[in-house]
Design a protein around this ligand. Structure first.
Ligand SMILES: [Zn+2]
Length: 142
């Protein structure tokens, strides 16, 4: 099933392709301070694929904090938090803010609170390689 989404202004667009039904997807509520301030419902599925497309490289604002093992993707124009990405050599993995999807209301699972504070940077990257969604970035800043 394909799902389309975007930030509020449309400068960053999302195409998600997953074989699992929306109501069966697992949603997380990461307890880090960044995710709590956005009240993010986080989505990842290692068997899915996502393409995140920027109208132009200036549409993308990247933010890092803590261990700086990932980057938060925020629209530079409308301020919507879109996704968290891990650049892993040639590969990219992401967790989506599921509420950026047009059909977000189909994702009805209650969120699981998740605390990752005790992880080392190495453990964190290893978990993301296993659990995050393989991702293609288009129109992205270098
Ligand atoms: Zn925007």
């Amino acid at each position: 099933m394909k799902h389309a989404g975007s930030c509020h202004c449309g400068a960053i667009r999302i195409e998600l392709e997953t074989s699992r039904a929306p109501q069966d997807q697992v949603l997380g509520a990461c307890q880090c301070s960044f995710c709590r301030k956005h009240n993010t419902r986080a989505f990842s599925d290692p068997s899915a694929k996502v393409v995140i497309t920027a109208d132009n490289p200036h549409a993308v604002q990247l933010y890092e904090f803590g261990l700086k093992t990932s980057k938060q993707v925020i629209c530079n124009r409308c301020g919507v938090y879109v996704a968290m990405i891990l650049i892993d050599g040639e590969r990219v993995f992401s967790v989506l803010n599921i509420d950026t999807l047009d059909d977000r209301a189909l994702f009805t699972q209650s969120v699981e609170a998740r605390v990752y504070d005790s992880e080392s940077a190495t453990e964190r990257i290893e978990r993301r390689r296993k659990r995050w969604t393989p991702t293609t970035l288009v129109g992205w800043p270098n």
